[in-house]
Design a protein around this ligand. Structure first.
Ligand SMILES: [Mn+2]
Length: 349
């Protein structure tokens, strides 16, 4: 595995100087953040990121994310323009040496949580999802101004209602068709550029507000990989996104898709699955519902050679900043993952 760490660019409180001091760190996972979704990233912005990352002895080879414009997901006539822009971004990133691009195909809402600073018994804070709180803010059924963290603030409430209504008029099969159309255009370009595309599962892995969600489970990942049966069409295995449903056997999926050579990127996050949702927890297996050792072993034993990053961490030791993306707990997670991998490697010899 190649250990990696997400960095939000020059405004991130967590610096590249911090990140390079985490033992075993190989790659930075980042993106151009100041360009609207659907537009082309300038070569200057990409080159600036590459230069900063490489000056710190790290590799600039993973992008998270190149976001997909809603018109592509909705299958609107304007999608061809946005797909052409997407292809141009793939080409420019390939020229800069990028090897892996993470993206998702979730309608409207990216990740969804109900609270970002839930206090755990040890005094640390983490992101949580409680279903009854989600139900209370349904934008179609409620007129309150309540919002959830992670909602795109560029939408007004009425615009949000309108775009949710557009998706509500679509079936899951329509969304599959739109995804296939997108993949058939971008995967040949990615292959030419030697870039692995890695779709991120829907987070959480079920429908919210009646929006279609399709990258949610083994059956659907099988269907996804067949849409364009090319190794460049792969996945980001996000253990926390899949693992917040007890129906998903994350260890089995790690083994199966690694053996197929279709996992290009892994997000390692532990969650505690509850009756009414889930809480993000420390990476250690015993802190949550996932067996992190078994997942890493399944990857290892099935020839996984891609990128792994510690996913969301808690806020600990008084750190403040971007929820889920502090330095300290993610660094602890990185060190834990290093320990697991070293032990698995040595014991398999
Ligand atoms: Mn993830």
């Amino acid at each position: 595995m190649k250990l990696s760490f997400r960095w939000y660019g020059e405004d991130d409180k967590v610096t590249l100087q911090n990140i390079r001091q985490i033992p075993g760190m190989n790659s930075i996972v980042t993106a151009v953040y100041d360009v609207p979704v659907g537009e082309v990233w300038s070569r200057e912005s990409i080159a600036r990121l590459k230069q900063l990352v490489e000056e710190n002895g790290l590799a600039f080879d993973v992008i998270e994310s190149v976001p997909v414009h809603e018109d592509i997901k909705l299958g609107k006539p304007s999608r061809d323009k946005y797909i052409a822009n997407y292809c141009e971004n793939i080409r420019r990133l390939g020229e800069a040496g990028v090897k892996c691009i993470c993206y998702n195909f979730m309608p409207v809402f990216d990740w969804t949580r109900t609270q970002l600073d839930h206090v755990l018994p040890d005094g640390s804070t983490s992101l949580v999802y409680y279903q009854e709180q989600v139900d209370a803010v349904n934008p179609l059924e409620s007129d309150s101004d309540l919002t959830l963290p992670g909602w795109d603030s560029s939408y007004t409430r009425d615009e949000l209602k309108a775009v949710v209504a557009e998706y509500n008029a679509m079936t899951e099969d329509d969304l599959w068709d739109n995804l296939k159309y997108f993949l058939e255009a971008i995967i040949p370009v990615a292959a030419e550029c030697n870039i692995n595309m890695a779709i991120h599962e829907d987070d959480p892995c079920w429908s919210i507000f009646g929006l279609p969600r399709i990258i949610t489970c083994e059956e659907n990942l099988d269907r996804f990989l067949k849409l364009v049966d090319d190794s460049h069409n792969g996945i980001t295995l996000c253990t926390g996104s899949l693992g917040c449903s007890n129906k998903n056997d994350v260890v089995k999926m790690a083994a199966k898709y690694a053996a197929m050579g279709r996992i290009h990127f892994v997000h390692m996050r532990n969650v505690a699955v509850l009756e009414n949702g889930f809480e993000e927890r420390a990476h250690l297996s015993s802190c949550g519902s996932l067996d992190m050792f078994a997942i890493m072993k399944a990857l290892h034993d099935n020839g996984f050679k891609g990128y792994v990053r510690p996913d969301h961490g808690r806020m600990i030791w008084g750190e403040t900043g971007r929820a889920g993306y502090g330095l300290y707990d993610r660094a602890l997670g990185a060190t834990y993952l290093n320990g697991l991998w070293e032990a698995i490697e040595k014991m398999s010899k």
